[in-house]
Design a protein around this ligand. Structure first.
Ligand SMILES: Cc1cc2nc3c(=O)[nH]c(=O)nc-3n(C[C@H](O)[C@H](O)[C@H](O)COP(=O)(O)OP(=O)(O)OC[C@H]3O[C@@H](n4cnc5c(N)ncnc54)[C@H](O)[C@@H]3O)c2cc1C
Ligand code: FES
Length: 336
């Protein structure tokens, strides 16, 4: 009663935000620019943080212009970092709310929310004899986490970026090459054009024998999945996508967020998560690509389309939808 309307924990948060028992938080302790549009953030996780496996990602909640937004970022630090801190490396994308905030405006001392690390884009316990990493742009981040953590005898990295100065971690990668710990091919797409995955054999003749981890834009990953499948070695390829694979769009409709009392028009291609956020509705979210279920919300009326499969879900009592991969399929009512 003494502290109403705040809870005692709110006061504890002021003096000890990283204490055990509090919602898991982290403090940004440093921001290191990597390229013109990317930076590495050094984060001290609070008590209760569980050690990650190299290649995994963490969801972070950041306050941007008064709104808490959640996004996923691969952990780029090795698992045995002595000071207990972790790093993520963020590339600012055009109009990206969180990525621009983190790269250009985040300051040491800022508190963020953290989830426990998760993800299965990791090396197996038994180290493969020969590894290929195939990455583009910011897709190198989970692979950098693995390179820094686990030595593999025979490892090749093919990495695509527009120009040499856009290659994240370039000096460190060349250091690994000099130490004979890595064979590296950089594809500079502004000069050489996009990598033709069907001709990967010209760069890595034994690619089909290698256990492969690929991360990058949808075009690269779709081409890789096709190439590995056509050559009968699909089981050797693991991919990590930063955005959902959207295959279909349909009719939109008027979307009502009945708890907030707002109705807005939506097209049939934009996720309801974006529609709600744009309208100022408090929308829970996480990975924004259909994997974490952090956005599930009751569908009270109408129908929505799963943007990955085209499947239509109609409202029924108790039916939940993932707003990050669902768009309006006619008028609908979302319980937010
Ligand atoms: C498992 C996982 C790991 C990830 N790891 C990293 C990482 O290590 N480093 C990193 O920089 N990012 C990573 N991402 C992507 C990250 O979560 C955000 O999607 C990204 O930072 C964009 O967020 P934003 O708020 O800036 O953009 P938003 O404001 O959400 O989007 C702005 C516009 O950009 C489009 N957009 C959204 N995401 C992307 C994208 N990834 N590429 C191109 N266009 C996009 C949107 O459709 C929208 O039109 C990861 C994503 C996942 C799912
Ligand atoms: S935000 Fe992760 S499943 Fe929708």
């Amino acid at each position: 009663m003494v502290t109403t309307p705040l809870l005692p924990s709110d006061y504890l948060d002021l003096v000890s935000p990283l204490r055990a028992g509090a919602d898991l938080r982290g403090r940004i302790e440093a921001v290191h620019p990597e390229t013109a549009d990317a930076a590495t953030l050094v984060i001290r996780p609070g008590r209760g943080w569980r050690r990650h496996t190299a290649g995994q990602y963490v969801r972070i909640g950041v306050d941007v212009d008064g709104r808490r937004l959640w996004r996923a970022y691969s952990i780029t630090s090795p698992t045995d970092r002595q000071d207990g801190r972790i790093t993520i490396t963020v590339k600012a994308i055009p109009d990206g709310q969180v990525s621009n905030h983190l790269v250009h405006r985040a300051r040491p001392g800022t508190l963020i929310r953290l989830d426990q690390p998760t993800g299965d884009f990791v090396l197996p316990h038994a180290k493969p004899a020969k590894v290929l990493y195939l990455t583009a742009g910011s897709g190198i981040t989970p692979v950098m986490g693995m390179l820094r953590d686990t030595e593999v005898d025979d490892v090749v990295l093919v990495h695509c970026a527009p120009q040499p100065q856009d290659v994240l971690f370039r000096d460190e990668l060349h250091g690994l090459v000099a130490d004979k710990k890595l064979r590296l091919t950089e594809v500079h797409t502004a000069m050489d054009g996009r990598l033709d995955v069907a001709r990967l054999g010209e760069l890595v003749p034994d690619w089909a024998e290698r256990e492969t981890w690929a991360c990058g834009p949808a075009g690269l990953l779709d081409a890789a999945e096709e190439h590995w499948t056509d050559n009968g070695v699909r089981e050797r390829l693991r991919t990590e996508r930063f955005r959902p694979r959207i295959v279909v769009a349909g009719d939109g409709g008027a979307v009502t967020f009945s708890t907030t009392g707002k109705t807005v028009d939506a097209d049939g291609a934009t996720p309801l998560l974006d529609i709600g956020e744009e309208a100022g509705v408090l929308m829970p979210s996480g990975c924004r690509m259909g994997i974490c279920f952090g956005c599930v919300t009751p569908l009270k009326a109408g129908a929505v389309r799963d943007l990955r499969t085209g499947e239509i879900t109609e409202a029924e009592p108790g039916v939940l939808i993932q707003t990050c991969v669902s768009a309006a399929a006619g008028p609908c009512d979302i319980e937010r």
